[in-house]
Structures are given as C-alpha cells and as structure tokens.
Design a protein around this ligand. Structure first.
Ligand SMILES: *[C@@H]1O[C@H](CO)[C@@H](O)[C@H](O)[C@H]1NC(C)=O
Ligand SMILES: *[C@@H]1O[C@H](CO)[C@@H](O)[C@H](O)[C@H]1NC(C)=O
Ligand SMILES: *[C@@H]1O[C@H](CO)[C@@H](O)[C@H](O)[C@H]1NC(C)=O
Ligand SMILES: *[C@@H]1O[C@H](CO)[C@@H](O)[C@H](O)[C@H]1NC(C)=O
Ligand SMILES: *[C@@H]1O[C@H](CO)[C@@H](O)[C@H](O)[C@H]1NC(C)=O
Ligand SMILES: *[C@@H]1O[C@H](CO)[C@@H](O)[C@H](O)[C@H]1NC(C)=O
Ligand SMILES: *[C@@H]1O[C@H](CO)[C@@H](O)[C@H](O)[C@H]1NC(C)=O
Length: 779
C-alpha cells in the first residue's frame, strides 16, 4: 500500500499543470511590433490584455509567463480555456493557442565527404581552391543559431583557435547559469541563452536540477550533436566508442559562429533516452531573441508527432518573423515515417528536411550453425569469443505472464535468465527502445543480441552502442534466422565483430523513420523540401550524457552516433550558412530555391533514390531530392518569395487566419499553389488549373532557358512560354503551368485516400538545370 501511494504521488508530479487545473500555458499572438512603442508601453499593453480576463492586478501579474517584446508581438500566460476564447475575440489578437509541448525525436565524420563538399586533405587551410567551403570562407562571417538542448562548450568542435573577431553585427549574450559562465563562450560559440519559464509553467514545478543544467550547458547530447554538424571545427582523429567511423569531423560551415538557444528539457520522471520536451512558449522567446541578436540562419531540429496548423505553432510563427528579416530557417521534417501525412514543420517559409542514409556501413556478419551467413551491422564496442554460442528466440525465452504479442520485443523485465543465460538472443524491433533491448538481454545474462528489423524497418540497419556484443539484421534476415532456430533442436551462432566500410553502393536511400507527405495542412504545398544525411551520423556529444542516453549507462564519449531528421536539418543549415556567405544579398527563399532545384534524385549508382525497403522513393519522402552542394552556389535561376507573398499565401490557404493582423487580404485570394515555390503541388484537380511562377536570373547575364516536362500520370502539363530569354543578372521572367486532368487517368499513391502522381519540370540553359518536382491528385 505504501508503495502504491508513493508511485501515485510521483505520477502526479509528472503530469502537466492542465491535468489537475483548468489553467494551462497559452500563447496570445498579436503579430508584429509597430516599432513605435517603448518596452514599458509594450509590457503595459500585454498586461492590459491579461487584466481584461483576470480578476485582479495580482492574478494577471502572476499568470504572465513571457511578454514577447522584440520582433514577435505577443505574450504567454496561464489561462483557462474560457479566458483563452475571450482573448481570441479581442481586437488586435491574431491567434490564441495552447502551448504545445513538442518532443524531439528519440530514437560527423563521413557525411560531408559523402556530399562531396570537402576534399580528402584535412585542415581548414587545405580545402580545394574554388570549392564551396573555400568560396564561402568556411562561413566565417555567418552566425547560425540553434534551438536545442544546449551545448557542451569544451568540445574541440567548438574551439575558437585561430578564429577572427566576432562579427560586429552580433548583439547576443552568453547567459550564465549552472556550470556555465561567460568564459564558456568564445569566438566560435558566440552566444548562449536558456529558456525555462514555459517548461516550468507547464509542469508547475521548477526544473529538477539533478536531471539537467539550469544553463545553456547540454546534459543530453542532442544540441552538441546538431551544433557540430552545422558548424563544428575540423577535428582530426575522431571516432565513436570502439574506434568505429574513424576520421576527421567537421561541420558544414566550420568557421561559422554558433549561438545556442536552449529550449529543450528532460521530461520529468522519464529516462532521458526517451527524448526531451520543448515548449512553444519558450521557443517563441528564443526565436524573438535570436532575431534581435542577429543570427543569419536558424537550425531547429524539433518537431511534433502530428501536423500542426501554422497559427497554432510557435516554430511556424517565430520562423515567419525570422524570414521577414531574411534569416534562413531549416527544420526537421519529423521521425514519424514511413506512414503518409506524418510531416511536421510544413510552413512554406521553412526549409523542411527529411533524412536519408550515407555511404558508410558497419558490417558485422552473423554465422549460423548451419553455416548460413547473414549480413548484420554493428558498432558494439565488445567482442564475443570466436566460437559458436547457443542461440535462442526471445519469443521462446520470456518469463511466465508476458503477453505473447510482445514476447519477442525484449522489453524490460520480460526475458527469463534461465532461458537466455550465456546465449545469443534474437530480439525484434517494434516496441521499446533498441538500446533498452540490449540492456534487457544483458540483465538476463545473455551473451549477445541479434536485433531483427520489423517489416516496416526494411533493410535500414540502425547502429547502437549496445552494452554487450551484438548486431542488427534486416527484416528478411531476421526471418531467416528464426526459420533456422525453428528447424533445429540446438541452434547456434556467432558474430563477427563490426568494422567500418565506406563508399558503399547504393546510397543514399530514404530513412524509414523520415516523415512523409502529403502535407495534410496545406496539400497545395509540396513537403518535405529536401533530404540530407540523417542515419548514423557521428558528431560531438555531451560528456554528462552516455552514448545510449540511458541513466544506467555510465560510459562517457566526446563523439557519438545519432540518427534522425534532427541530424539532417543541420546539414541543410550548414549549406545555407555557406550560401549566405557567398550571396549575402539573397533572400531566404532564394537560398532555399538554390538548395532545392540543384538536389539529386538519383543515388551513387545513377539509379532513382529508394526507400529503406528498396522500393523507388518519391517526392513525398525526399521533396526535391537529396542535398547536393555541387551546384548549389550557382543554380542559374531562383524562385524568390517575399514576406508579403507568404501573407498572401496565408490569405488563400484554406480557412487560416493571417499571422500578421496589420495585413489586409485581397478580396479574391490566390490559390496556395500560386505561391512562388520551387516545387508544385495541386490537390484534387478538377478539370484544368493554371498556376504562375517567376524565376530570377542569378547565373550568366545573357542566357536562354528551355523547359522540359515530365508530366505526372493522369494529367497533361503545358508550360508557356517554353523559352525564357534573359539579358541581365537579376532579371525576372514569369511563366504559367497548365495542368489538365486526362479522362481515364490512372494515378496511384500507396496508402493514402488521396491518390497523388509525381512528375517534374526543368529549366536548362545547357549549364544549369533548375528542376522542380510536381505532385498532382485528382478530384
Ligand atoms: C567560469 O567558470 C570556470 C569554471 O568552470 C572558472 O574557472 C572561471 O573563473 C569562471 N569565469 C568567470 C568569468 O566567472
Ligand atoms: C530529481 O531527479 C532525480 C534523478 O532522476 C530523482 O531521483 C529525484 O527524485 C527527482 N526529484 C524530484 C523532486 O522529482
Ligand atoms: C487547421 O485549422 C483549420 C482552420 O481553423 C481547421 O479547419 C483544421 O481542421 C485545422 N487542421 C488541423 C490539422 O488542426
Ligand atoms: C496482449 O496484447 C494484445 C495487443 O496489445 C492485446 O490485444 C491483448 O489483449 C493482450 N493480452 C493479454 C492477455 O493481456
Ligand atoms: C517459428 O516457429 C514459431 C512457433 O514456434 C512460428 O510462430 C513462426 O512462424 C516460425 N517462424 C518461421 C520463420 O518459421
Ligand atoms: C534573346 O534576346 C536577344 C536580345 O533581345 C536576341 O538577340 C536573341 O536572338 C534572343 N534569343 C532567343 C533564342 O530568342
Ligand atoms: C468539378 O467541376 C464541375 C464543374 O465546375 C462540377 O460540376 C463538379 O462537381 C466538380 N467535381 C468535383 C469532384 O469537385
């Protein structure tokens, strides 16, 4: 009984405030500051909004969480649903929404080489002349801000050795806190702040300081990882635990300046390996500061489990204010794939990044007692003796009472030590964490783990620093191992230790976890925009975390593997930083356009990109294609878009209120398909539709572009004019795209109710190839 009430108590402590009170944190969004009011006047205005729904001055004061005063106009406060509804009706209020508790995804060396961005000679001074990094001076004048879990400032990746003075435009600070003071910032890490008020209001409790630092310091590892991918220094001789993936680590823009805005914190009472939580209220405050501080690029590896409307989304709102000031915003597409309609961060002013593999594997073959060899993959830093071990299927080795349907999952406490002691255990993926399964096998006394994919995971082999020897195998191979176990009385096996192999073909292929289109909030905008490396990326880590993030794991590493769209997003942000350096006058839309129209849709064998299952992938997983830095600085033409274009888009986009209250929508709003986007989506085409696009010449002054079209199945596509004749740089030319449904069309998009078909159109002058994907569904 005592035990029961204790666990009840701790359960209550974990719940958000809203679970036992009507009050919960809301964002009251008021649009843009006019620039006429003083900070005190803004504060008074925000306070008077609250006072109009709260009984007393004191209650209003106590309920205020944030007052956003710089670019973003709004406040965060504890409100009841009735108070929120009342406020949303008031003059000057754009939207009122409950602060979402966003979760990021649980779950470098090689990746930049694979992208072809650096040559093999190491060192910043040794890059090939004329290369993208060289041309961009390694991003030395560019400031990249990240919203994440903080940063481990002592990592060599964040050393400022030999770096020049901090750009004069910088207005940020180095906020002191637990184990962090101003001397932890330097000419590389030029700014660091942390945001906790929204988190503490949500849980109605202070941060448990034994679970995280009350400061910009990273306890988790995620923020150090993403920071070093986008802008880590060139560090030689880096490898993961066990010596895997040895090589030179570097960020995409190794001399760019970094600013960390820590907004993600542990979920109270949960193991850190299950992921962190990041509040809309805190993220809006962070973005408001980042804009004021003067960042050029924002990299946000944070998403939701399901799509969220722009008006209810702190990242989308904050990003629109950032984009208005020409800050490029890259966000992860989410790790909710491979099902359709699973994207987050779908606003058309954001670069939405999916994840795919690189050309590096860690083969660790499994040899079965019948001499059959199965190709596994492993970075387990432990070895078995070179002999055959007894092999058991977890489904046959659980303690009594474990539900049959989960017996093969190796969930905590499920395995019977009598049945697995000294044996290799075959566990399957579906539920629970991968490293948790390894931990369970070790707890029960197993000698090693074979981790078999489920059907959905296909051939995509994750690698983890298990606590014991082990290897991961594809779905088909797991089935073969199981057949062998079934076929014999005393099954046996051995594992050959893993090794690092590069230049693997084919690569890349899409990650099964990468979230997929269609864009369910606005199907007339094609998302994601691009895919980039996001599987088994080696990058900087927190020395307070462990390679598995499990509390019971006491190992410490300086560099660690991680996978997710969290890792692919900073790859794109790194390229955006280099483009900012080369083309400082380009808008964020122009930079996105260059990244999208120069992307590749073929792998390193010249074949179409595939999914983890081996099936041909499509733009709902990779958008315009795979990030390809080769021509990104010289795209020929760009599809530009301004802040006003985005507001016009919001007028036309189905039923959504404008994000900017001072903007008046025209009587007849344009269709969302008409936003000048570098890709085209038309949902539920009925008959014929014509959309307009405008390209800006950023290539050679005099040039003539011709268009080629690959129409999606079931429609005809006409582009007029078919020739664009430019006479100078900066010149704009418009064209129309007319899409017409054919009578007996056959379109098919697996698994969705709405059936999309895919195609593309490409403008070329013989040197530049400006490619745009198309997705069309019929009414
Ligand atoms: C910052 O903290 C370090 C210890 O981590 C200490 O050595 C240093 O003196 C502190 N610097 C300032 C400016 O407080
Ligand atoms: C704080 O976290 C530690 C470590 O997880 C835990 O043991 C402790 O109970 C927590 N304290 C509170 C007040 O929740
Ligand atoms: C988005 O907002 C619109 C208009 O308020 C609403 O009709 C729609 O259901 C919302 N979509 C989601 C996914 O919340
Ligand atoms: C076992 O799990 C399945 C699926 O989760 C569930 O439907 C079933 O009721 C469970 N059986 C028992 C005995 O708990
Ligand atoms: C192995 O045997 C189990 C029953 O023990 C059965 O459910 C399963 O389908 C068999 N698997 C294979 C691959 O033969
Ligand atoms: C492009 O325009 C220039 C100048 O107007 C003209 O001389 C040239 O013939 C044009 N080229 C094509 C292919 O139309
Ligand atoms: C397509 O358009 C025609 C003519 O405007 C209309 O009669 C018909 O209902 C529409 N069909 C669908 C499926 O919307």
């Amino acid at each position: 009984m005592a035990n029961f009430s204790l666990s009840l108590l701790s359960l209550l402590l974990l719940l958000p405030l809203s679970a036992y009170s009507e009050l919960q944190p809301y964002v009251v969004y008021l649009g843009e500051h006019s620039g006429e009011k003083t900070v005190q006047e803004i504060h008074d205005t925000h306070h008077s909004f609250l006072l109009s729904v709260k009984e007393t001055e004191e209650v209003a004061q106590a309920s205020l969480i944030y007052s956003y005063k710089k670019s973003i106009n709004g406040l965060a406060a504890l409100l009841t649903p009735e108070e929120a509804a009342k406020l949303s009706e008031m003059e000057g209020v754009v939207s009122v929404f409950p602060s979402q508790a966003k979760k990021w995804y649980v779950q470098t060396t090689r990746s930049w080489d694979f992208l072809g961005i650096k040559d093999r000679r190491d060192g910043e001074s040794n890059y090939e002349r004329g290369g993208l990094m060289h041309e961009a001076k390694y991003g030395q004048d560019v400031i990249v801000g990240l919203l994440d879990s903080g940063i481990w400032p002592e990592s060599t990746s964040f050393s400022d050795e030999g770096m020049g003075p901090i750009p004069k435009s910088w207005k940020g600070i180095c906020q002191a806190g637990d184990a962090f003071n101003s001397s932890h910032c330097n000419r590389k890490l030029i700014g660091a702040r942390y945001y906790l008020k929204g988190y503490e209001a949500y849980y109605d409790a202070p941060l448990n300081t034994s679970t995280d630092y009350r400061s910009p310091r990273d306890k988790d590892g995620h923020g150090s990882h993403t920071s070093s991918i986008v802008g880590g220094r060139v560090v030689e001789g880096v490898s993961a635990l066990g010596g895997f993936a040895q090589g030179t680590a570097s960020g995409g823009a190794p001399l760019a300046r970094l600013a960390m805005y820590k907004v993600c914190w542990p979920v109270p009472g949960r193991d850190p390996s299950e992921g962190n939580i990041c509040m809309d209220t805190d993220m809006l405050a962070a973005i408001d500061d980042a804009i004021g501080d003067g960042v050029d690029v924002l990299s946000i590896s944070i998403g939701t489990f399901s799509p969220v409307n722009y008006t209810d989304d702190g990242i989308a709102i904050g990003a629109l204010h950032a984009v208005k000031r020409n800050i490029v915003v890259a966000c992860s597409a989410g790790n909710n794939g491979p099902g359709p309609g699973t994207l987050s961060n779908i606003a058309p002013w954001i670069i939405t990044v999916g994840a795919s593999s690189i050309d590096r594997v860690f083969p660790s073959p499994v040899v079965l007692g019948n001499s059959l060899t199965v190709q596994g993959q492993s970075v387990a830093p432990y070895m078995l003796d070179d002999k055959m071990y007894p092999l058991v299927y977890a489904g046959d080795a659980v303690v009594p009472g474990v539900n049959n349907s989960v017996a093969d999952q190796c969930l905590p406490g499920s395995l019977s030590p009598e049945k697995v002691k000294g044996k290799i255990v075959l566990c399957l993926r579906r539920l629970g964490t991968r490293v948790g399964k390894g931990l369970e096998v070790r707890r029960a006394g197993g000698a090693a783990i074979f981790l078999g994919n489920s059907r959905l995971n296909g051939n995509e082999l994750p690698i983890d620093s298990y606590f014991l020897p082990g290897t991961a195998v594809a779905f088909e191979d797991a089935t073969n191992i199981l057949s062998y176990i079934n076929s014999t009385k005393n099954p046996t096996a051995k594992v050959v230790p893993g090794m690092t192999v590069i230049n693997v073909k084919p690569a890349p292929s899409m990650a099964s976890f990468s979230s997929r289109g269609p864009n369910v909030i606005e199907p007339n905008i094609l998302k994601p925009d691009i895919t980039a490396p996001g599987i088994n990326i080696l990058a900087s880590w927190s020395e307070k975390s462990s390679p598995t993030k499990l509390l019971s794991d006491h190992r410490r590493v300086k560099y660690n593997f991680d996978s997710g769209t969290s890792m692919s997003c900073p790859h794109v942000a790194g390229i955006a930083a280099l483009l900012k350096a080369i083309h400082p006058s380009w808008s964020s839309a122009a930079i996105r356009s260059a990244i999208m129209t120069t992307a590749r849709t073929r792998n390193n064998m010249g074949m179409p990109l595939t999914d983890a299952t081996g099936d041909t992938a499509n733009p709902f997983s990779y958008g315009s294609g795979h990030l390809d830095p080769t021509n990104v600085a010289d795209p020929g033409l760009v599809y530009d878009a301004s802040y006003t274009d985005y507001l016009l888009f919001l007028c036309g986009s189905s039923g959504l209120k404008g994000l900017d209250s001072s903007f008046k929508c025209p009587k007849k709003s344009p269709s969302a398909s008409n936003l000048n986007y570098p890709s085209l989506s038309i949902s539920k085409l009925n008959g014929t539709m014509t959309v307009k696009r405008t390209v800006t010449n950023v290539g050679d002054g005099e040039s003539v572009y011709l268009v080629t079209i690959r129409p999606p199945a079931g429609v005809s596509v006409k582009i007029a004019p078919r020739v664009l004749n430019f006479s100078r740089v900066g010149e704009k030319k418009s064209f129309t795209i007319t899409v017409k449904a054919k009578k007996d069309s056959q379109v098919d998009w697996r698994g969705t109710e709405e059936k999309f078909a895919f195609g593309s159109y490409t403008w070329t002058d013989g040197i530049h190839h400006v490619r745009s994907p198309m997705a069309v569904s019929l009414a």
